[in-house]
Write a protein that binds this ligand. Structure first.
Ligand code: PLP
Length: 453
């Protein structure tokens, strides 16, 4: 590496998220320089189709002038204000009203935060406060799912059900439990139908609640479609059976819409795709297309009322962030949601999504593809070792090798272990879906040759 090159300085000074430090010192960074629609260009001018929308989030593409203008206008007018102690501002009010109007079920209040992790962390804290308000201090546990992803702060990482988020952090914290991952292809038993598997997932949840004591469980948190845990689409009847169990025990349902929200699954919210009736909904990522760090959650009146009553009695809910309800973020979110609605990007996600899903499913004939799955504009291929050679490949090795081929072919995906995820911007065209699929096709050929040795 040239001394003082961006690559060398990145290795010297930049501590990367989710990156093996020693490997990074050897392979160095991929440095992005600019974006244009669904494409990004690195610092050497190489062009890539961004098949992951960054981190599942850049819905409107990488150079949307309207978002730049919205941010600029707000920066010029009022670059910062907060919502502590009765203070407010126009963008926060407009956005709260807008989100409530979009909610798939009647919602009452919106709380603003800065990241998905922070939102979920705040929800758990708020529910602890609420349990105390209700005079049920023992009803504070939360159940999430193995391989669910809810963020990385201490409570959110605890709710996340992936080993790397717990290992060496002494997590999860007490009171956070993980139930069965609803991945039929991996977890389903021989002869078990998808519906039977969904019944078993609901029974596992029920048994966990019984074992812990229903009066100790405040909430169940889940993504409508699991994202970072490997793009796990719920098996048929999963959500209706799961919700029936929660209803039986008066357990709140937190729908983590951080990835699914704002069109990803072909409906405005994942909750609509799967007929989920949440009590609380977490939103981030596509809310601003990630042009500004921003998140929010909304709750029903039933969730909110005891909290409001309690603060009437004992004082404030002692929680909030300097950057919460940031006016620039709120202004960007409002403009972004306007674009999603005006351009009907939800319908585009459904139509282009159908093309993506059909294209991905064709790859299951390939001997190294175990499963193709997804819904709308979120999908995945799961890679398996050639027959009889499973021992040769450590978990994640094949996924990383295929991902490297994708990159060579100008496609950005993300390997979640041996699962390659696809989550392109909602503005994607039919031609660009073909561009992704043909890059996958070419990459699989190169990858097969490499594996064959
Ligand atoms: N929840 C879900 C479903 C996510 O996918 C993510 C991030 O990928 C988070 C929460 C955490 O969001 P953040 O990275 O903004 O903290």
């Amino acid at each position: 590496l040239r001394p003082n090159s961006d690559e060398a300085r990145d290795i010297a000074y930049h501590f990367h998220s989710y990156t093996n430090a020693r490997v990074h010192e050897q392979v160095g960074p991929l440095i992005m320089d600019r974006g244009d629609g669904v494409h990004v260009f690195d610092n050497h001018g190489n062009k890539y189709i961004e098949g992951m929308s960054g981190l599942w989030s850049v819905a409107v593409g990488f150079n949307e002038q309207r978002l730049i203008d919205a941010a600029t206008r707000q920066m010029q007018k009022l670059p910062y204000y907060h919502n502590f102690a009765h203070r407010s501002h126009g963008p926060a009010i407009d956005l709260a009203e807008k989100l409530i109007s979009m909610a798939p079920v009647p919602m009452s209040k919106v709380f603003f935060t800065n990241s998905g992790s922070e939102a979920n962390d705040t929800i758990l804290k708020m529910l602890w406060y609420r349990s105390n308000s209700l005079g049920k201090p023992e009803k504070k546990k939360v159940i999430s799912r193995i391989r669910g992803y809810h963020g990385v702060t201490i409570a959110s990482a605890s709710m996340t059900g992936l080993p790397c988020n717990h290992k060496s952090f002494d997590l999860p914290i007490d009171g956070v439990l993980h139930t069965t991952c609803p991945h039929y292809w991996r977890e389903g038993r021989d002869g078990e139908s998808e519906e039977q598997f969904a019944t078993r997932c609901a029974e596992d949840l029920d048994a966990m609640i019984q074992a812990e004591g229903p009066d100790t469980i405040a909430a169940f948190i889940a993504e409508p479609v699991m994202g970072a845990g490997g793009v796990v689409v719920p098996p048929k009847t999963y959500w209706e059976k799961t919700q029936a169990v929660l209803g039986k025990y008066d357990i709140l349902l937190i729908a983590d819409e951080v990835i699914c929200g704002f069109g990803r699954t072909g409906k405005m919210f994942g909750c609509e795709t799967y007929n989920i009736k949440p009590d609380i909904m977490t939103m981030s990522k596509q809310i601003t297309s990630s042009y500004f760090p921003f998140s929010a959650f909304m709750m029903t009146e039933e969730v909110y009322a005891p909290i409001a009553d309690e603060s009437g009695r004992i004082g404030v809910l002692g929680h909030g962030y300097t950057g919460g309800a940031h006016p620039v973020g709120a202004a960007v979110a409002l403009e972004n949601l306007k674009i999603i609605e005006e351009r009907d990007l939800v319908a585009n996600a459904a139509e282009r999504g159908a093309e993506l899903q059909a294209g991905l499913r064709k790859f299951v004939d390939h001997p190294l593809v175990g499963e193709a799955r997804g819904v709308g504009l979120i999908g995945a291929l799961e890679i398996v070792a050639p027959e009889g050679r499973a021992d040769e490949f450590a978990p994640g090795k094949l996924g990383a090798a295929l991902n490297a081929q994708f990159l060579k072919n100008g496609l950005i995906s993300r390997n979640l272990g041996d699962t390659l995820a696809f989550c392109p911007p909602l503005i994607i065209t039919a031609e660009q879906i073909s561009e992704i699929l043909s890059a996958v096709d070419r990459s699989l050929d190169g990858f097969s040759a490499e594996i064959a040795g």
